[in-house]
Design a protein around this ligand. Sequence first.
Ligand SMILES: NC(=O)c1ccc[n+]([C@@H]2O[C@H](COP(=O)([O-])OP(=O)(O)OC[C@H]3O[C@@H](n4cnc5c(N)ncnc54)[C@H](O)[C@@H]3O)[C@@H](O)[C@H]2O)c1
Length: 159
Amino acid sequence: MSDALFDLEGRVAIVTGGMGQLGQTYLDGLAERGARVVSFDVEDGPVPDGAKALRVDVTDRSSIQHALDEVVGEWGVPHVLVNNAALDSPPDAPAEEVGPFENYPEASFDAVMDVNVKGVVFTLQKLLPLLAPGASVAVAFAFAVDRGGTFWFTYLAES
Ligand SMILES: NC(=O)c1ccc[n+]([C@@H]2O[C@H](COP(=O)([O-])OP(=O)(O)OC[C@H]3O[C@@H](n4cnc5c(N)ncnc54)[C@H](O)[C@@H]3O)[C@@H](O)[C@H]2O)c1
């Protein structure tokens, strides 16, 4: 894509959760603008031509570090970080996750906070010292309105 305003030729972009719904769009969009893109995700999946998909758990600092070593060694310092890896409670989640607020399981809460909050902090801890001057960091998150179900409760907590 020829787009002088958003030209990312020669830039290195990391998208956490790149295998997910929004992550795939971020990978495609950044690659279309010329960036070398890499997904950090616990799942495998498709990536644009020339992009990388690395198995990374953002709740594990050594996993992040290992992937960063590979990216920096091969492509150089990153210029873009999109913090997008996340868990939520989709409509087809187990009943107790989408039922009344007072029944929301502690284990589900901890899992969401681990990925959606701690994962962002851990990724930034490892990446900030490395980012190129003028680099951009984005956090993909959701805001919530009260719809009466716990689906929105974790959205609100992570936001
Ligand atoms: N999809 C939407 O319409 C929408 C709208 C507004 C906001 N959001 C927010 O954007 C973010 C991403 O949403 P999505 O719909 O793409 O979610 P998704 O579930 O499709 O993708 C999330 C990705 O994160 C990965 N992931 C989970 N745990 C991980 C871990 N420990 N380490 C690395 N990767 C991990 C998953 O494997 C998955 O590929 C969420 O915070 C969501 O709330 C989504």
